[in-house]
Ligand binder design. Structure first.
Ligand SMILES: Cc1cc2nc3c(=O)[nH]c(=O)nc-3n(C[C@H](O)[C@H](O)[C@H](O)COP(=O)(O)OP(=O)(O)OC[C@H]3O[C@@H](n4cnc5c(N)ncnc54)[C@H](O)[C@@H]3O)c2cc1C
Length: 314
């Protein structure tokens, strides 16, 4: 049996819940489908969100779920596996077999961080292996940083994080020394970043604490924090299935959206990390709110233009 909604929001992280809050308060019958794997789940604290700085990510989402429930928004723990558009709206199929129909769709599915396959990295990610100085930099300031050069962005990352600690070592790993440009070498020297050639074989962990980086030649280098550059993979499968236009960015593929999150598919909005990998929690929440207000506005005027019977609340 297909249930009818005005809006289905796929993804119940900061972006999706924020959209749902605005939609609930706008009296829209809304379903949030959430698979329950928010990106920052490995981190104990969420930093940099004014008034929520340091709050555990799980607590932030629990508060958000309580808030949307107050306005009658329904949330299910499930995964949207397909979405099909016709002239009147969308049919969304969930992994459980349930189907939901809606006039508008908000895709807030976030992204997946694909980590370098160096032993220890995935296990410690979000703790003492981190990717973002704005999320973790203050907490690890002045410690012994290592930066694993696994991507084209790694030199930039080493230079950036040297602002948080003067003790930074760049492990070249699969980036040969000869691949550093003159400008990069000059900047690394100016920042006092040490350069260690050689392949990284793994991390040294003692008493559940990172203590070093081990190279393939057997040498170890004492470090208490390691920065990595994941490959960011926005979850755009549903959008692509609906025929949304995507574009290549320096960080990978992203859907084409306007400033409100409207995609190239009529009736479909995309928000949060699914659209832009650099969005923090606060930006993702803001984007969700703006998309919701914009699509609500569109529904109000669509119903007014369709005549007095249209848009009767379902
Ligand atoms: C380790 C780490 C620490 C971080 N720390 C901070 C920090 O301190 N401060 C900060 O501002 N930012 C931080 N971030 C960034 C932050 O995680 C993102 O900005 C934020 O999660 C983006 O919100 P979102 O709603 O777009 O995506 P998410 O929070 O990832 O939520 C997406 C949700 O959609 C669900 N989903 C995906 N596909 C489907 C589907 N098909 N059907 C149903 N549900 C689906 C997922 O399971 C998930 O619950 C950190 C990131 C990482 C990796």
């Amino acid at each position: 049996m297909t249930e009818e909604y005005e809006v289905v929001v796929v993804g119940g992280g900061a972006a999706g819940l924020s959209a749902a809050l605005v939609l609930g308060r706008a009296r829209r019958r809304t379903l949030v489908v959430d698979a329950g794997e928010p990106r920052n789940a490995p981190a104990a604290h969420m930093q940099g969100y004014l008034s929520r700085d340091g709050m555990p990510p799980a607590e932030f989402l629990a508060v958000g779920r309580e808030e949307i429930a107050r306005y009658g928004v329904e949330l299910v723990r499930d995964r949207a596996v397909d979405a099909v558009r016709d002239a009147d709206g969308f049919d969304v199929t969930l992994a459980s077999g349930r189907t939901a129909r809606a006039r508008r769709l908000v895709v807030a599915t976030g992204l997946k961080d694909e980590l370098p396959t160096i032993p220890g990295v995935a296990e410690r990610f979000g703790r003492d292996v981190v990717h973002c100085p704005y999320c973790h930099g203050w907490e690890v300031r002045d410690q012994a940083f290592g930066v694993l050069a696994t991507s084209a962005q790694s030199v930039h990352q080493a230079l950036l994080v040297s602002h948080w600690s003067k003790d930074v070592t760049l492990f070249l790993h699969d980036l040969g020394e000869d691949r550093l440009s003159d400008e990069e070498s000059r900047r690394l020297a100016a920042a006092g970043v040490r350069i260690v050639p050689g392949v990284v074989a793994g991390l040294v962990v003692e008493d559940d604490r990172l203590t070093g980086v081990r190279l393939a030649d057997g040498s170890t280098h004492a470090r208490s924090v390691v920065f990595v550059a994941p490959r960011f993979v926005p979850r755009t499968q549903l959008l692509e299935r609906l025929g949304a236009e995507v574009r290549e960015t320096p960080f990978g593929t992203a859907p084409v959206v306007d400033e409100t999150g409207r995609t190239t598919v009529p009736g479909v909005w995309a928000v949060g990390n699914a659209t832009l990998v650099t969005q923090q929690v606060v930006n993702s929440a803001a984007g969700g709110g703006l998309a919701a207000a914009t699509l609500n506005n569109e529904l109000v005027f669509e119903d007014l233009d369709a005549g007095p019977q249209a848009g009767a609340r379902v």
